[in-house]
Ligand binder design. Sequence first.
Ligand SMILES: *Cc1c(COP(=O)(O)O)cnc(C)c1O
Length: 627
Amino acid sequence: MKQNFGIDIWGDDNFIIDNDDIRINHACKPALLEITEDIRSQGYRGPILLRFPHLIKKQIDKLFAVFKEAQHEFEYKGKFHALFPLKVNQYPNFINHLIKVSQEYQYGLEAGSKAELIIAMAKTPLTAPLTVNGFKDKEMIALIFIAAMCGHNITVTIEGLTELEAIMDVYHEFNKGRSKPVSPDIGMRVRLHSSGIGSWAKSGGYGSKFGLTSTELLEAYDILSKHGLADRFTMIHFHIGSQMSEINPLKKALREAGNIYAGLKQRGAQGLKAINIGGGLAVEYSQHSSSQDRNYSLKEFANDVVFLMQEIARSKGVDEPDIYTESGRYIAASHAVLIAPVLELFSQEYHENGLRLKEVNPPLVQELYELYKTIKRSNAKEYLHDALDHMESLLTLFDLGYIDLEDRSNTEILVNLIIKRAIILLKDEDTNELKRLESRIQERYLVNFSIFQSLPDVWGLGQNFPVMPISKLSQKATHPASIWDITCDSDGEIAFDASLPLRLHDISVEDEEYFLAFFLTGAYQEVLGMQHNLFTHPTEIVVTFDESGKYRLQDTIDAQNLMDVLDDLDYDTDEIDRRLKKMIVDSKLMDDMQKQDILGKLYLYLSENSYLKTIQAIITPKIKGHK
Ligand SMILES: *Cc1c(COP(=O)(O)O)cnc(C)c1O
């Protein structure tokens, strides 16, 4: 079996493995290790979030290209528009680059809250569409009217009838005394009886939090007509939930929403011209072909949308609607890669040099030692079984007081070493027994990051993110691995799963640095990330490429330092500062010279973030500016 960490499944040709390295498959093709070392040479420790704007552009290009192709193929008369839903990633280093790389497309933004609306108003070009979904109060509706008055091409999606009443109130308020009334376009979110599948299915279906039933839709249309606003009703909207693993629920939803569109058109909704299919386009996160997340391609997705809309429009004799999508995960996931250093391997005690063999060992221990020294491919299975058998006997002997603690320790080490050897020797035989044994000798990699902060969906949803080392790739990784983060929470772990195994290298962190990269972390993870144990958003850096193909590091945002984190929790940091200082000054345990020295150290530490440093880094700290 080739060792490629499933990159052919999840990688989308964004990265290539080249000897020891994983490289970015773009421009000068720098290795992730090279970039990481470059950044660390500037004094950064702890996890680093790398953003790649060229990968944002790639996704946007693909989305527009595939819909253009489908429109062309079916001779579809409606237009295609796309918006980025801000809730998927609102970070400025992402949004600013997204706006920059999408200029040629009139790519818009979708907002679901007041704060997101402010971002959308400030960042969306006036000609690009802006949509507002989610629950709204009068103030939020007023903000939407302000955007419309500024000339934004904005559509407000109503989720319920009360909201529509509020919109009518604000409409009359804003247009008092105006001869030419201004209003945002109005969309209606429909409550579908078909629903999505997977963890996020709650967004669609009759039980959904969102949307109007057919009765409410008709009533809403009547209200709009009564206020003379029927022609501002332009869009039908639905969203069946994120990460849809299969295409069928989408097809059902498209038929349902398409028929609602046609029904309202037939009823005289003149202004209605668009159907907004929300998001849901899935990302392939799997590293194993046996557990793929998506059963359709982007092409199939686009073809189905265009074909079904056309079919319904034709059969009902109405215009083919403009199509809007709000895919977020699909656009954002691939742009971010989290790089985190391994701090320690926890079962390193199971090393040959940990053995404490005696002049005369108990016979079974001696025998284990012989098995370990002479195991080879042809006898591996037999020796393995012998070793396991001996271990049972030795543990019983220990319980009965016949062997001592050193003998028991030798037993543990030798059996562990024999299992490891056997697994390597028998690696072509994919038996259940070997899989079980793999879990038993798994190595725990302590990694300098927080799962709660950087991969919250691992914790909250059991989601998988592709992970692999960024060095040594030409060497076989043989250790079945579980990953531990540095929070004091036992949930901060990615357990070894024998049916979807992750294997990492045997390394000695004292001698060499070893980094893991977590991929596809650009959607949802950052803002959902929580400061459990007060670990903050990692230092982030944008990697761009100049004309000559060389990479450039820009827009660095340092991880928050300790005092800023406490300040965020509304601690009185001045008071904390004063107290710490006073404790040192008043201490009877130090002379004045020492106090000076300790104060200096304390302020240095306070200017750093919570993530750990390697021993070497603590000895020679690189001083960064206190922000
Ligand atoms: C969350 C959301 C999206 C984005 O969904 P993805 O699965 O990330 O593509 C789009 N539209 C609406 C209304 C949403 O709530």
